[in-house]
Structures are given as C-alpha cells and as structure tokens.
Design a protein around this ligand. Structure first.
Ligand code: PLP
Length: 485
C-alpha cells in the first residue's frame, strides 16, 4: 500500500466501510464482553513487525480472527455496563473527515475552521442546555472540546489553583483544600495528584444515602468551617449531575452559594447525565448551574458523538489561559499576537489537538435537536421499563431511585447470607456476563454490592432489555436454587 494514493484509498476505504457496516449488522452474534484471557494476542501475533508489506486481505483476516474476539462490543444493543460510549453514522463520518484532514489545530492559524467551528458548536450545545449566557463565547467565557472529562476536570482545577495562589501567594499551596463527595468520579482525585494538591487537603464528604447518594450542603459547609478554623484555604468544590455509581444529582444551587460565599471555584461534572438536560423535562437537574465557574459533559457518552469529545464550558476563559498558556517563538503568528483569535492550545494540556468539532457538528446537523431529545427519552423510557420489571419480581430490589437511564438493583439475599448478598450478586453478574449475551457492571453503595444496568447504546430496543431481564431472572433462579436456605 502506498502512503497516499487517491485510487487506493477509494478502493480500500469502500472495503473498510463495508467491513464496518457488516460488523454492525452482525454485532449481536459476538459475545458482548470479550471472553479472551490476558495475553491472548501475544500467542497469535509475531514478535516483530513485518519487513515486507502485508496485503489488506491478510489484515482483514487477522482483524476477524484475532482482533474481534478481543473486542468488547460497546455498540452492541446488549451492552448495559458502565456508562455508554456512543457511535453513530454522523459521528463516524465526522471522525473519517477529521482523519482525512489530520490537522493539528493548536492555534487558530493552523486551521481557522477547526477553532471557529469548535467555538460555534460549543455555543450551540450551550444554548441547547440553556447554560447561562456567561458560558457563551460572546461573553468572557466559552466552550472547548477536551479529550475526556478527566482532562476537563484537571484544567479547571489548575485554573482554580492558580487563581487562588495568585490571591494568597505561591506558598499557600500546602493550605488549599478541595471538596467533593465520596460519589465524585476518581478523575478529581487524579487531577488533584497532578495539580500538586496536598493529599491531606482533599476532603471527601460522605454522600447521604437518604438523599440517594447526593452530598448535603450542610456536610460540605461543616467541612469548610473546620478547615477555615484550622487556617486552611477552601478553594474548589466539585458537584456531580449523574454520579458514576448511581446517577445521583448533587444540590447545585446550595453548593454554588457555599462556593461563592468563600470565593471558591465551583465545577459541575455532568459527564454522563448532561446529555439528558437538552430535554426540557430534565433541564431541572441543571438548576443552579448559574452559580458554576465551569461545567462539563461528555458528548462521547450519550450524545451520538464518537469518542473522544468531552465538552467543557467556563465562565471566564482568562483563568484557563493564565494557567495553561505558553508562547514560544516558533508558534508566534500575527493573529495570535494581535489577540484577535482563540488559540485552544491555551485551554488544554497538550499542544496538538484534533479537529473534533467536525463530528459534533455533523451529529447536530444530521440528527437535529428534536431527534437527539427523542433518542435520550427513548433510553430513559427503556430504563423505566427495566426498573418496572425488577420491581415486579420480589426476588429483586431497586436500590436507588432512577434519575436517568441507569437502574441500580440487586438480587435480595436469603436471610442466612452473611455477606449482605455480595457473593450472590457478584455471581449473578459474572454468570450473565460470561454468557456473552449481555454486559452489565456493578458498584458498591453503603457496603452493598449493587448491579448497574444502563440503557444508552444506540441500537438498544425494548426486545434487548426484555431479553436481558429474562437472562438475569434465569441466572438468578439457578443461583438461588444453589443457595442453602
Ligand atoms: N465523571 C463522571 C460523572 C463519569 O461518569 C465519568 C466516566 O464515566 C468521568 C467523569 C470520567 O470520564 P472520562 O473517561 O471522559 O474521563
């Protein structure tokens, strides 16, 4: 194969698209969760790269025989684990076009369309979410595409840290404190590690199980008061809309008020559930976002946009730029020097960046807001349906009320079980996943092993939810039959 040949690309490209379309057509024939053992691929591939080129045919054979068995099929309609990672025709086409241009859009000048399209589509989505006008590019704020929510959280934490250190002096690093709940994603802890926040200054406030695992403002206030009395400097609160374990929603308004009272940065992580808030009936979950300094949601989770595409908005972009900009001679150019353009290199960790706005633009244009809303609603209705199925079987229980498309449930252990049903539910998950027919995941809430069933894959229909439930019921019957009552 030549490095770049139009005719060859046309022919091979058609073959690859056919291969991918066939893959999607037959996706249900594969085990959803890959069943290979660790190290399986080393046994199948040579120790070193080929000296002479291989043929595309040989490669396709290897993909079918050696790679696909080691793939867990996130696009399968029977995928119900973690949170989803959507692919769509529009998102996929956007990825193809982005790969074709293959620009590295760190500064406006390196591809003006990439920067300007990103600004426009982030404004579009901000308006769909009814974010306050301060988050739009016409104001002091604006949106930017990060690779992941983890990067989004890291860059705002760095912005907040530097804002605080400018106010209190560099030597205050050892005194600045971060607040979050024990349900906040581990991405925050990692961000703190990278940002040099002292480990003893990370306050993990226990979420309230009676509030469905949202954190209470009182608990956060109390932690802040104790720290203030000890001479520490509270500087960052992270709230979540749609926590990873149980899709809990923290009280945004109250937490925002607390942050404001203490001149703290207030970030809202809505990586999964943010997408649902484009529907008027779910927008209430963002009430209080007016108080936030920054907000993120992953378009690559539940918004039909292929990975990676994490959307971050800030109220004041200058804090990002102050924390992250560099200006080496070799990147200087007229537009940047005149301050007439955005250079997204100054809003993120790496220098290089892909043309990711293309796929989001194509998703928004080729589906439109109404279809995206219907897509979300359908998944939430299917989750509601699953929840009803669980409720209808007295052997099971729903563990926390459902907010979006995640149902947290478990098989109720017979009274003689000493481990609160941990082994029973682990075995249920394991047997269901080992069947290859579905993939679900788990969490632990208040010491209890809980199964998570998330509807969010683009191909999932009611029949898949029903079949998954039937499988779980059958496996439960087998397991309970083995339990000595
Ligand atoms: N925040 C929340 C609430 C999440 O659920 C997740 C992942 O599921 C993340 C952050 C991390 O996302 P990413 O993989 O984009 O860093």
């Amino acid at each position: 194969m030549r490095p770049m040949d139009e005719e060859q690309l046309r022919e091979c490209g058609h073959r690859m698209v056919d291969f991918i379309a066939d893959y999607y057509k037959s996706i249900e024939t594969y085990p959803v969760l890959s069943q290979v053992q660790p190290g399986y691929l080393k046994e199948l591939l040579p120790d070193s790269a080929p000296n002479q080129p291989d043929t595309l045919d040989a490669l396709f054979d290897d993909i079918r025989e050696k790679i696909v068995p080691g793939v867990t099929h996130w696009q399968s309609p029977n995928y119900f684990a973690y949170y989803p990672s959507n692919s769509s025709t529009a998102g996929f086409l956007g990825e193809m076009l982005s790969a074709a241009f293959n620009i590295v859009g760190f500064s406006w000048i390196t591809s003006p369309a990439a920067t300007e399209l990103e600004v426009i589509v982030l404004d579009w989505v901000a308006k769909m979410l009814k974010l306050p006008s301060e988050f739009l590019s016409a104001a002091l704020g604006g949106g930017v595409i990060q690779g992941t929510a983890s990067e989004a959280i890291l860059v705002v934490l760095l912005s907040a840290r530097d804002r605080t250190l400018r106010k209190h002096g560099k030597k205050s690093l050892e005194k600045i404190v971060v607040y979050a709940s024990d349900q906040t994603h581990s991405a925050l802890k990692k961000a703190c590690q990278i940002a040099g926040i002292f480990p003893e200054n990370i306050r993990i406030v226990k979420a309230d199980c009676s509030m469905n695992y949202a954190v209470t403002p009182g608990a956060v206030s109390e932690a802040i008061s104790i720290d203030l009395s000890a001479g520490l400097i509270p500087f960052f609160i992270c709230a979540t809309v749609g926590t990873t374990s149980s899709s809990a929603v923290d009280p945004l308004h109250e937490l925002g008020q607390i942050a404001q009272a203490h001149d703290m940065w207030f970030h809202i992580d809505a990586a999964y559930a943010g997408s649902a808030c484009i529907c008027p009936e779910y927008r209430k979950y963002l009430n209080g976002v007016e108080e936030a300094d920054s907000f993120n949601m992953n378009a690559h989770k539940w918004f039909l946009t292929n990975f990676d595409c994490s959307l971050l908005w800030v109220k004041d972009r200058n804090y990002l730029i102050q924390a992250l900009s560099t200006n080496p001679e070799f990147l200087k150019n007229k537009a940047s020097q005149e301050n007439s353009v955005i250079d997204f290199k100054d809003w993120q960790i790496p220098l290089g960046r892909r043309f990711r706005s293309l796929k989001l633009w194509m998703v928004l244009r080729l589906y439109g807001v109404e279809n995206l809303q219907s897509y979300i609603r359908k998944h939430i209705q299917l989750a509601q349906h699953f929840e009803q199925l669980v409720i209808s079987d007295p052997r099971f229980e729903v563990v926390t009320p459902r907010n979006f498309s995640l149902v947290c449930f478990c098989l109720v252990p017979p009274t003689c079980e000493v481990d609160n049903g941990h082994k029973l539910n682990y075995d249920l998950m394991d047997s269901a996943n080992s069947s290859g027919k579905i993939f679900i995941s788990h969490t632990v809430l208040s010491g209890k092993f809980v199964l998570r069933f998330v509807v969010g894959a683009p191909l999932t229909e009611e029949q898949h939810v029903d079949a998954a439930w039937k499988l779980l019921q059958d496996e439960a019957t087998k397991l309970l039959g083995n339990v000595v009552q």
